[in-house]
Design a protein around this ligand. Structure first.
Ligand SMILES: Nc1ncnc2c1ncn2[C@@H]1O[C@H](COP(=O)(O)OP(=O)(O)OP(=O)(O)O)[C@@H](O)[C@H]1O
Length: 319
């Protein structure tokens, strides 16, 4: 096995033109993406978009029909399997195993000696408020706890690259928050994390880069900030007056919600508009310019239909 760190591109994952067909379903249709080493990267898309199939090709679990993948500098991801941690979408540990043993077992599958895995398993559980569960069998744990144990099992061999398929689903709000902290701490120590999600909030809060995927295609891959810049910033204006000549100065696409007016930042800037509003006695109470959210960017890039299938509720309501 070559030394994975000999790669000079600065990329943990590079994928070009990946295609995968299952019978008459074109699951992935020419996906390109680049994941920087040490970054957190999200694959964001609705159900059936092709997220899992893309991740499975990156992992080398399935081979693409066409295209190129390079993972930690290697064309065959199997060559670097021991440097990768993977949480599959379908969860499952042996129900009779104790939690710390399950973690050690997962480590052993990636080359970590069992004794060391057991020691680290206990330590990881301790560090994640699950020390009390170390000697309990998986079947005695709640679903959420078992999922965290499985997640710790993907990390026990200290992988360079962590691939998590829908890691937040099945966790309550508290554990989702803990998982966000864990993902950030992995990136802080240089680990690359790539995860799939259909929840915009997680991608928006965590990721430096994202691929937006819908219908097997990736209409956008790059920095979250660049996705948001695809649509103009929004102005939020609050007025005391609701009628008056000043209203003529508002852009055509203005939406009104009570005393608030929302419209895209005019290309000419805010100053000329502000003057017209003041001269027309709009009674400005507040004015703010807000950068577009990732949801609006997603709609602009992937379309209403794909966005409708995403979860956009606040994190606290997302199961
Ligand atoms: N092994 C398979 N055999 C046949 N069709 C498959 C197989 N795996 C995936 N597909 C199909 O490929 C498409 C993409 O599926 P994939 O699981 O990659 O999507 P996804 O974005 O991960 O969705 P979800 O969030 O629902 O898991 C779907 O239409 C799915 O039915």
């Amino acid at each position: 096995m070559d030394n994975a760190t000999s790669d000079t591109t600065g990329l943990a994952i590079e994928v070009r033109g990946l295609v995968k067909r299952f019978d008459d379903t074109l699951a992935v249709d020419g996906v390109d993406l680049s994941v920087k080493r040490g970054s957190i990267y999200g694959i964001l898309g609705p159900n059936g978009a092709g997220k899992t199939t893309t991740l499975r090709m990156i992992l080398g679990i399935i081979d693409p029909d066409a295209g190129m993948r390079r993972v930690l500098g290697h064309k065959d991801p199997q060559d670097v399997a021991r440097l990768i941690g993977y949480l599959p979408e379908e969860r499952g540990l042996y129900p009779a195993m104790k939690a710390y043993e399950a973690i050690a077992f997962m480590g052993a599958l990636r080359g970590l000696p069992l004794a060391e895995g057991r020691r680290r398993g206990r330590e990881l559980l301790e560090n994640h408020d699950l020390g009390h569960a170390a000697d309990r069998q998986i079947r005695q744990l709640s679903k959420g706890m078992a999922q965290i144990v499985q997640l710790l099992g993907t990390l026990v061999h200290d992988p360079e690259l962590v691939i998590l398929d829908e890691p937040f689903s099945g966790l309550d709000a508290i554990n989702q928050g803990k998982l966000e902290v864990l993902i950030r701490s992995l990136a802080d120590k240089g680990t690359t994390v790539i995860f799939s999600t259909h929840v915009i909030a997680h991608a928006e809060r965590l990721c430096e880069g994202i691929a937006i995927i819908a219908g097997g295609k990736v209409p956008f891959a790059g920095r979250v900030d660049d996705a948001r810049d695809r649509i103009p910033a929004q102005v939020r204006l609050e007025t005391s007056a609701s009628e008056g000549p000043w209203k003529a100065a508002l852009p055509q696409e203005t939406r009104r919600v009570g005393q608030f007016w929302y419209f895209p930042l005019p290309e000419t800037g805010i100053e000329p508009l502000l003057r017209a509003l003041i001269d027309g006695n709009a009674g400005i109470q507040s004015l703010s310019i807000e950068r577009a959210g990732l949801h609006d960017a997603f709609v602009a890039i992937a379309g209403e239909a794909a966005a409708a299938d995403l979860v956009t509720r606040p994190l606290s309501e997302v199961a």
